[in-house]
Design a protein around this ligand. Sequence first.
Ligand code: SER
Length: 314
Amino acid sequence: MVEKIVVLGSNGQIGTELVTALRKVYGELNVVACDIRRPDYDIKNSGPFEFVNVLEKDTLNSIFQKYKPTQVYLLAALLSATGEQNPKLAWDLNMNGLLNILDLAITYQTAKVYWPSSIAVFGPNSPKDNTPQYCVMDPNTVYGISKLAGERWCEYYHQKYNLDVRSIRYPGLISWKAAPGGGTTDYAIHIFHDALKKGTYASFLNAATELPMMYMDDAIRGTIELMDADASKITIRSSYNFAGVSFTPEILAAEIRKHIPEFTLTYTENDPRQNIADSWPRSIDDSFAIDEWAWKPEYDLSKLTIDMIKNLKK
Ligand code: SER
């Protein structure tokens, strides 16, 4: 069967790289990039693009009608930090965008749906270290609340309508191709840009704030591996814990100094993102992903640092 894939939110940090990866696997013409914003040169020139707002049901319907996708990836969302600036919009976009897609996937019998969740589903009372798949979850950001509710909807549509919906709880994603999208973990990208441009960076998270992170190459590969896995292996239809590497700003700065010895790190105070970070896990137990679909990250801190510096220098 020829796969026809629609990616909604294709111009964001994940979408930019996922569209390119999917076009390599499934053919350029078979992956339709969709966003409300104008795409960058690579996305526009390597395959079809459509302007789509995931809150506009009629437009979405016409996209399903036109392309009859076998797979849909819904990436359009407001992240943790921007979500706090506009909670109602974050809830509307993150929740109703998902429900629109789940309903259309039933109507058009889409074979598989992918929707990302996040470590933001955990909260202050979740275990901080090696946070398990199943535990207390009391997110206190609108982003985290929408992701946790979205996970429940995904499982519900799977159980009730047999929809093959798959999801991963991404940690902070580190990449150099597209700008990060307004999250709490964005410091781990800004730090590389400023280290190279200015030799110094002012972190909005404090020195000891440890968070789960992952290099984008791993995240994209893991996502496609989950979508390729045999449906019988997927026992979790809410969202899988997913881990790469955990570190603090201080540890990341020390790693960057191995390549840029004069690099200095300072800290800003009273940034609202600190409270968000303090409510999240330090590290994640992803044994279900390892056991069920053979997940294995390739990038540790040293390898991702080398790759970030090499590519940003260009
Ligand atoms: N990187 C995201 C954020 O910080 C977490 O999913 O909001």
